[in-house]
Design a protein around this ligand. Structure first.
Ligand SMILES: [Zn+2]
Ligand SMILES: [Zn+2]
Length: 317
């Protein structure tokens, strides 16, 4: 996940080809600060692979160790951190609890504890503000799938898949906890885009709304846990402070600059920005332009809610 303001990035489940990931980052001129691991299975974090999967051979798969060796921080769910540290021979793993956040410039990743597939499985939620425009990062030779993610991006590891969920018949897994975790995820905004750790469908991503409507495992989860615990509040919006100012913008969401009359202002008309706050005493909104770090202070008349079809609403994953 890339913060385009300062071109820093946090990887999720970097394994198999960590070298390739760093090459890609170099190509895009993006600095990888570290990697979050959704759970301890080797196909997500690398390290010592159980001989059962290798025909008895000893195999050490590229993953968290290579990220740490490159100077990156390793984050993982509290219940899986120790196992990942051992399996990947790491010096340190930052153990994350439910509701913890990883700040990355303008980008904040929220950690949601979603046990079931493993005891410490987590999902990573990139808050809407973190979804900076893909177009400013540059291009690569890789094939890309693009989708809008106005309500945020949820990376679900082996918890929620398109139309199904991760296995719960493995050592350390717990079907009941999986049901509870799926029910909990289903309470998120229906427009949240879900990126699963494996894909068994035609499209490699889905939405919370689609899974709530069609995913039998989610539906079963909700029947067992009809009122699951809410997901932690967004750290960017804060509790209760989601709406601001006379135009009721959501903090951290996009707005469009309009109707500026001055010569300098006219160049800004039609541009998208992020709403930072409403300055009560001044009757002005503080906003930040995409791709820039300075704050602009504008009258409510000079901001409107953008239509949902702008190119800057694309999220990169
Ligand atoms: Zn797994
Ligand atoms: Zn997996």
């Amino acid at each position: 996940v890339v913060n385009t303001l300062d071109r820093s990035a946090i990887a999720v489940d970097a394994a198999w080809d960590v070298e390739g990931l760093y090459k890609l980052a170099a190509e895009l001129e993006v600095t990888i600060r570290g990697c979050v691991y959704t759970h301890y299975h080797f196909d997500h974090c690398g390290g010592d692979v159980h001989p059962m999967f290798t025909g008895g051979q000893k195999v050490f798969l590229s993953g968290a160790k290579e990220v740490e060796d490159a100077g990156g921080t390793i984050w993982a769910g509290q219940g899986d951190a120790e196992q990942i540290q051992k399996q990947c021979s790491l010096k340190e793993v930052v153990a994350m609890r439910d509701g913890d956040v990883i700040p990355c410039g303008d980008l904040v990743l929220h950690i949601l504890r979603t046990p079931g597939h493993t005891p410490g499985s987590i999902c990573v939620f990139a808050a809407p503000r973190g979804l900076s425009p893909r177009s400013t990062i540059g291009s690569t030779g890789l094939k890309e799938a693009r989708t809008k993610a106005e309500a945020g991006l949820l990376i679900t590891g082996d918890t929620l898949f398109v139309g199904s969920c991760g296995r719960t018949d493995l050592p350390g897994s717990d079907p009941r906890e999986m049901m509870s975790s799926l029910a909990r995820l289903s309470t998120m905004d229906p427009a949240v885009v879900v990126c699963p750790g494996h894909n068994y469908a035609t499209e490699p991503f889905t939405t919370i709304g689609a899974e709530r409507a069609q995913n039998d495992m989610v539906i079963m989860g909700l029947s067992h846990f009809p009122s699951p615990p809410p997901v932690p509040p967004c750290a960017m919006c804060g509790e209760g402070g989601q709406i601001c100012g006379p135009k009721k913008f959501r903090k951290g969401r996009k707005a469009r600059i309009v109707n500026l009359a001055s010569e300098a202002g006219q160049a800004l008309n039609g541009q998208d920005c992020v709403v930072e706050s409403y300055m009560d005493g001044k009757d002005r909104y503080a906003v930040r332009l995409f791709g820039q770090s300075g704050i602009k202070v504008l009258k409510p008349d000079n901001l409107e809610k953008p239509k949902m079809d702008g190119p800057s609403s694309e999220a990169a994953s």
